[in-house]
Ligand binder design. Structure first.
Ligand SMILES: Nc1ncnc2c1ncn2[C@@H]1O[C@H](COP(=O)(O)OP(=O)(O)OP(=O)(O)O)[C@@H](O)[C@H]1O
Ligand SMILES: [Mg+2]
Length: 270
């Protein structure tokens, strides 16, 4: 029997359809940890409802810091963030946290129940869904992350990549209107990266994704911003960003060596 290989017909993400999910509007956001120099400085961007927006940047550029603002875990020293018409502030946090699901860079920050099933059911139960509704969400989210059979396992005994998938499932099960993914592709095997790209593209939500995995991010997102020096240096389509070699090199993000390796090992025409 021949095994069916992955569908290799995936192209760049199609143009986004507005209407699903919420708009995310960040205006003049600045932030510093304690008395350190600012990590974010006067950063502004509008992400449209249903858009998949990627943020690329070198290590330490402030990508995770920026995401932590999207559901109020950090609050800027200046500037505003709106999720649709709702400004993020102390009063609106309960509403914002229903709308915005954040997948942390480190899955261990997201998993704290004795079993995978309980971790994934926590969000839906907390939102007031019945046991049966929550169980259906759990089944769906675990199936999407290819985690069937993991229900009774302890997340602490899983591999890092498996933990990562459980952490993604804990957010998918809440079906948030905005999903903020911090490094969703790290520690996943290539087949899982490919599958996750498909899942992200199909999610009926606004997606904000920060990633060092440049090629999957470029393939998933309709627009991409380069975060460097505290603000978005350039926002454009994946094609525009991929062709801006000066900026990519300057920010340590030039990915052309992947193509060189592919040529050298003969899986890309010279
Ligand atoms: N809790 C903290 N306290 C003080 N400084 C911090 C804290 N968290 C992050 N930083 C600093 O803020 C800057 C931005 O960190 P951040 O984690 O947002 O970067 P990043 O772009 O997500 O990096 P990476 O790609 O490595 O995940 C770094 O200089 C980091 O050292
Ligand atoms: Mg980070």
């Amino acid at each position: 029997m021949t095994q069916k290989g992955p569908d290799t017909t995936m192209t760049l993400a199609p143009p986004f359809t507005t209407g699903r999910g919420c708009a995310v509007e960040i205006q003049n956001l600045s932030f510093a940890y304690h008395s350190t120099s600012p990590v974010l400085e006067n950063l502004s961007v509008r992400i449209e409802p249903g858009e998949c927006f990627g943020i690329l940047g070198p290590s330490g550029a402030g990508k995770s810091t920026l995401l932590l603002h999207l559901n109020g875990l950090l609050q800027g020293t200046a500037g505003t963030i709106h999720i649709d018409d709702t400004a993020i502030n102390t009063d609106t946090l309960p509403l914002i946290r229903k709308k915005v699901g954040l997948v942390f860079q480190n899955p261990e920050d997201q998993l704290f129940h004795p079993t995978v099933e309980e971790d994934v059911a926590f969000g839906p139960r907390n939102m007031g869904l019945s046991r049966a509704e929550a169980a259906a969400r759990v089944r769906q989210a675990l199936a999407a992350m290819k985690l069937e059979g993991f229900e009774q396992k302890s997340a602490h005994h899983l591999s890092f990549g498996e933990k990562k998938r459980v952490a993604l499932a804990t957010v998918l099960s809440m079906e948030p209107e905005v999903v903020a993914f911090d490094e969703p592709f790290s520690n996943l095997d290539p087949a899982m990266v490919y599958q996750l790209m498909g899942i992200i593209r199909e999610l009926p939500a606004t997606i904000v994704l920060v990633s060092q995995s440049i090629l999957p991010a470029l393939a998933c997102c309709q627009r991409v911003g380069i975060l460097a020096g505290g603000s978005l240096r350039r926002v454009g389509t994946p094609q525009e960003i991929a062709r801006d070699r000066n900026l990519l090199t300057e920010c340590g993000l030039d990915f052309r060596y992947y193509c060189d390796i592919c040529r050298e090992i003969g899986c890309l025409a010279p």
